[in-house]
Design a protein around this ligand. Structure first.
Ligand code: FNR
Length: 190
């Protein structure tokens, strides 16, 4: 049974991306994956600075986040698109976790892991452009990114009063992404 870690690149209250992530998580669980959902708010870490790292090492919360990545087989990541790219919150967390410590030879947080990626936006492209750069970023760090990906456009019209996704077609797509990620991980994760 693959172990997936799920997190959004937004800590906004009623985040659209948290809402789509929650549906993908359901799909992964239905496919048999064990999924841990976290908020990056609980792993708030300073903006990466190599001087700080040299002086004090990896900060406690960044280390805790990195260990979570290491201890899971794969990831489900939902990201907003900020100016056609990823938010600093997400990139900063991923950067900290890429830092090798001690006798670490490879990026243990990423090498050989699987990721399912998704985005959403009130706009017409659904954050499609962030998926291009997020896929490249993750693959460059050794992650196998599932071919299936979802950019959910005009997401503000797909929610119920509790800010959960209520549109049946979107639920099917996102559950499918969660399921595909779990199944890919079952096949390739060591
Ligand atoms: C945005 N937003 C945005 N949306 C989009 O579709 N393409 C974009 O390039 C941008 N750029 C952008 C830059 C900055 C700095 C902000 C703050 C916002 C809008 C963005 O999609 C919106 O804030 C979403 O609500 C963010 O996702 P969450 O927080 O709801 O998950």
């Amino acid at each position: 049974m693959p172990k997936l870690l799920a997190f959004a690149g937004s800590i906004r209250r009623n985040s659209y991306n948290q809402a789509i992530l929650d549906v993908a998580v359901e799909g992964a669980r239905e496919a048999g994956a064990e999924v841990t959902v976290i908020s990056l708010e609980d792993y708030a870490m300073p903006i990466f600075n190599e001087d700080e790292e040299s002086a004090h090492g990896i900060p406690e919360r960044a280390q805790a986040f990195k260990e979570l990545l290491i201890n899971h087989d794969g990831f489900l990541i939902a990201s907003p698109e900020y100016n056609s790219s990823y938010p600093a919150l997400l990139k900063n967390a991923l950067d900290w976790a890429s830092r090798k410590a001690g006798d670490e030879k490879v990026m243990q947080a990423y090498k050989g892991k699987v990721a399912g990626i998704m985005a959403s936006s009130a706009g017409g492209l659904g954050g499609l452009r962030v998926l291009v750069v997020l896929r490249m970023l993750l693959e460059n760090m050794g992650v196998i990114v599932a071919p299936n990906q979802k950019a959910i456009a005009k997401v503000s019209g797909l929610l119920d009063d509790n800010h959960a996704i209520s549109d049946e077609k979107t639920i099917k797509q996102l559950k499918g992404l969660g399921r595909d990620t779990a199944n890919l991980c079952e096949k390739v994760c060591q």
